[in-house]
Design a protein around this ligand. Structure first.
Ligand SMILES: Nc1ncnc2c1ncn2[C@@H]1O[C@H](COP(=O)(O)OP(=O)(O)OP(=O)(O)O)[C@@H](O)[C@H]1O
Length: 535
């Protein structure tokens, strides 16, 4: 190391005082003339005042007493000796939390094993190194020790380690009798676990809010555990309002979003709730049978008809509510008949000329865009306007993500009860399922939960238990670290290979690794490994 010269900054000079080096350093000018002394005491003071970029000439003293040098040297070296002592190591290494100790200037003296475990930083990398340099090298984002040295107060802050992990650091100064900072002891805790707990708390909070909202709609739907989130709350409010009238309601939305559930809700909140709720899915039966099902028929009116004739769903729903699902699939010729019902409450059974009267509230639903069908001439415009007094656009599940966790919990509870199980889901699993697109919406979600409860062998359902088409979808959230990103990719590739090849042996071959390597990886990635020994 070159000798200290007066234009050097405090920051640059700190390295000259690392543990084991002299406590007093001589300072020489560029022309190699002796200027004076820089003591560890004066540079500590400068650090504590945050004067890192000031030239050291401001802190140089012309002389130092021998007593000062000896006194300081002995207290400092006692301190260093303590941190090197086996008993100190044993004590600090027995702690679960990480410990980081610097001297009064911010030079690292000691880190315990827990710190190394939590951060992946080794003692060799940091010992004798100033905290400022560790920040510059990107090993840590901020330093609680330096903050403590600057403010002379305990400081707690969140620090990001170079591997992306976040830790919470609480630094406490240890002061001499003259209020000089001798060293800073920091306790360090991994907050990944705290973040996980926060996630759990957030989801529970939302769950509670949902339950509270449910309480506003006491569940007399005949359906248990209805999840109403922020995106659907206003729909249920509107449903309750229109339920008090006989206004025609058209429910639009993808399959499985809950259209028929809202229809039932409207019925249950209407003056007709004591009467029957009838449902006909116009797409589920062939067009020519829809007419007979809906309007009924007279004896012998067509081949295959019952001899006694049949009362149609429309007539059966008299005084009640008729829910016509997939109304967009109703054949054009029947649309005219339905228009007559809607406009005049009149209809005729198939094979009859007798006009019958019926008092029915009609609610319709479709996953198709009726306005487009009208433009294409596939749906009657007059009927469209008659049915569409109040439109409900029920959003797909991917647009109401905040309902996914409560729905998963609802269905876990429901199917645990049904199958006498007590299974839970890991937070990572919740995260993946929240990011999944759910093309089949709530129906698909309920089916998946039931399948997972029935097919998994362990109590905690994890990402590895999910079907491969879900595992191939990366969560949208950014992975916290390179390690996590790699784990996700490995998990996805392994799941895909097992799905297409059936066994771990064949999947391993396809991926170019050994069977034991794939099994080991799957265990590490917490994926379900079945029968690997029997393959
Ligand atoms: N808010 C909700 N909370 C809990 N479960 C729900 C909710 N909405 C719908 N479900 C459930 O999701 C499944 C599908 O709902 P529903 O049959 O009402 O959907 P849909 O939109 O009418 O579907 P489709 O158009 O295919 O007939 C049902 O099992 C229903 O009980």
């Amino acid at each position: 190391m070159h000798p200290l010269h007066p234009s050097m900054t405090v920051e640059e000079a700190v390295a000259y005082f690392s543990p084991g080096r002299a406590e007093v350093q001589e300072v020489y000018s560029e022309a190699n003339e002796f200027i004076g002394y820089l003591t560890i005491e004066s540079i500590s003071l400068a650090m504590q005042r945050g004067e890192l970029t000031r030239p050291i000439r401001e802190f140089v003293v012309p002389e130092v007493s021998l007593h000062d040098q000896e006194h300081h040297a002995s207290s400092q070296s006692q301190l260093h000796a303590f941190f090197q002592s086996p008993i100190c190591r044993i004590i600090f290494n027995s702690l679960y939390d990480g410990v980081y100790i610097t001297d009064g200037m911010g030079i690292t003296l000691f880190i315990n094993q827990a710190y190394q475990r939590i951060t992946g930083i080794s003692e060799d990398e940091v010992k004798g190194v100033h905290m400022d340099l560790l920040i510059k090298q990107g090993i840590i984002s901020v330093s609680a020790s330096l903050e403590t040295i600057r403010t002379k107060r305990p400081v707690t802050l969140i620090q990001t380690i170079r591997n992306g992990r976040k830790i919470i650091v609480s630094a406490t100064p240890v002061l001499s009798s003259s209020k000089e900072i001798l060293y800073v002891i920091s306790s360090v805790r991994d907050i990944t676990e705290l973040i996980r707990l926060k996630h759990e708390l957030d989801s529970q909070k939302l769950w509670r809010q949902t339950l509270q909202k449910d309480a506003q709609f006491p569940n007399d739907l005949g359906l248990e555990n209805v999840v109403i989130g922020p995106a659907t709350h206003s729909l249920f409010q509107l449903a309750e309002k229109v339920a008090k009238t006989d206004a025609k309601v058209l429910l639009q939305g993808e399959t499985g979003v809950g259209k028929s559930m809202i229809a039932k809700f409207i019925h249950s909140r209407s003056a007709r709730s004591g009467e029957i709720f009838m449902e006909l899915n116009c797409a589920a039966i062939p067009g020519h049978l829809v007419e007979a099902e809906l309007f009924g028929y007279e004896p012998g009116s067509f081949t295959g008809a019952l001899k006694s004739g049949k009362v149609g769903i429309l007539e059966s729903a008299h005084r009640g509510t008729l829910f016509l699902d997939e109304i967009g699939d109703l054949p054009l010729e029947l649309q005219v008949k339905l228009l007559k019902v809607v406009e005049e409450n009149q209809f005729m059974r198939v094979g009859s000329t007798e006009i019958r009267h019926v008092d029915v509230r009609i609610i319709t639903a479709t996953h198709r865009d009726l306005a487009t069908l009208v433009r294409e001439g596939l749906f009657r415009e007059d009927l469209y306007y008659r049915l569409n007094i109040v439109t409900f656009d029920v959003p797909p599940l991917r647009q109401r993500k905040e309902e996914i966790v409560p729905l998963l919990e609802t269905y876990l509870g429901k199917f645990n009860e049904k199958y006498k199980e007590n299974k839970t889901m890991t937070l990572e699993c919740y995260e993946w399922l929240t990011n999944y697109q759910w093309p089949g919406n709530i129906r698909e979600l309920a089916n998946l939960v039931e399948r997972l409860i029935v097919t998994t062998y362990h109590d905690s359902i994890d990402v590895g238990d999910l079907p491969s088409f879900i595992q191939q979808v990366f969560p949208l959230s950014e992975p916290a670290s390179l390690k996590e990103a790699v784990a996700r990719l490995e998990r996805s590739m392994i799941a895909k290979a097992i799905h297409s090849h059936g066994t771990t042996r064949a999947a391993a071959e396809a991926l170019g690794i050994s069977q034991s390597a794939i099994v080991q990886k799957m265990k590490k990635l917490q994926m379900r490994v079945e029968n690997e020994s029997n393959e």
